[in-house]
Design a protein around this ligand. Structure first.
Ligand SMILES: Nc1nc2c(ncn2[C@@H]2O[C@H](COP(=O)(O)OP(=O)(O)OP(=O)(O)O)[C@@H](O)[C@H]2O)c(=O)[nH]1
Ligand SMILES: [Mg+2]
Length: 221
């Protein structure tokens, strides 16, 4: 779900009258859904279904939106012995770093402690970008200078999490295309190295895709 979906229930809910949906209300809902990354096709389907309802209350609204979202994804894997290591990867600019922050916040809300690892040592400013999120989340952070070795960052992050008794390490990585052999090898090295430091790591490898280009994000191992 997109960044804008945060608080969607509240933002749409405040337009609720409990009566029949009128055009102004439907337009307001449509705007909120588009801003929340539902995409045009899904937004239109939801609005169409809402427009056919006799009256729209919170329960109807929730049911229609939840049905459109489909069944929830399988729960995230957690290591038997902490830390759990999750690797976030995907092509450039799809929202990896933002997703790390969103995931960290969700895990924190579940009562877990999270460490953020800046294994994007390639793009200028990438480490600082993740550090800002770590500060906002009051989460511990491990990074390196630009052009440093991403696998070394990931290894150090797992070691730091072990020393500090932290539950989960989220490893942000540089954007890469599947056609780039060198960057693919670099990612494989990150996987190998964290696996040496912690049994079964990475326990999750999350591919970030831009849902607004017509795909929903799958989960790969
Ligand atoms: N609408 C919307 N924008 C998003 C979302 N996630 C990230 N963005 C924006 O997309 C841009 C790129 O996000 P990043 O999280 O930096 O993406 P990235 O994949 O880490 O990018 P690189 O590290 O450069 O490959 C930023 O301007 C974000 O604010 C989302 O879910 N919805
Ligand atoms: Mg990034």
């Amino acid at each position: 779900m997109g960044a804008g979906a945060w608080g969607l229930g509240h933002r749409i809910g405040r337009f609720l009258t409990g009566g029949a949906p009128d055009r102004k209300w439907l337009e307001a809902v449509q705007r909120q859904l588009v801003e929340a990354d539902f995409g045009v096709a899904a937004t239109n389907e939801i609005v169409e279904r809402l427009s056919r309802a006799d009256r729209v209350d919170q329960a109807t609204l929730e049911r229609i939106v939840v049905e459109q979202l489909g069944p929830p994804a399988a729960p995230l894997a957690h290591a038997a012995q902490p830390p759990t290591v999750m690797l976030i990867f995907g092509v450039n600019g799809t929202g990896k770093t933002t997703s790390v922050a969103k995931l960290a916040r969700r895990l924190q809300a579940e009562g877990r402690t999270v460490l953020l690892a800046a294994a994007d040592t390639f793009r200028a400013g990438a480490t600082e970008q993740l550090k800002i999120w770590a500060d906002r989340l009051s989460a511990p952070f491990v990074g390196a200078a630009q052009r440093g070795d991403p696998a070394a960052v990931a290894f150090d992050a797992v070691a730091a999490a072990m020393n500090r008794g932290i539950d989960t390490v989220l490893v942000d990585t540089a954007g890469r295309l599947h056609t780039d052999e060198r960057l693919r090898e670099e990612l494989k090295k990150v996987v190998r190295v964290v696996g040496k430091r912690q049994t079964g790591a990475p326990h999750e490898s999350l591919l970030v895709l831009d849902a607004t280009v017509g795909r929903s994000p799958p989960r790969c191992r």
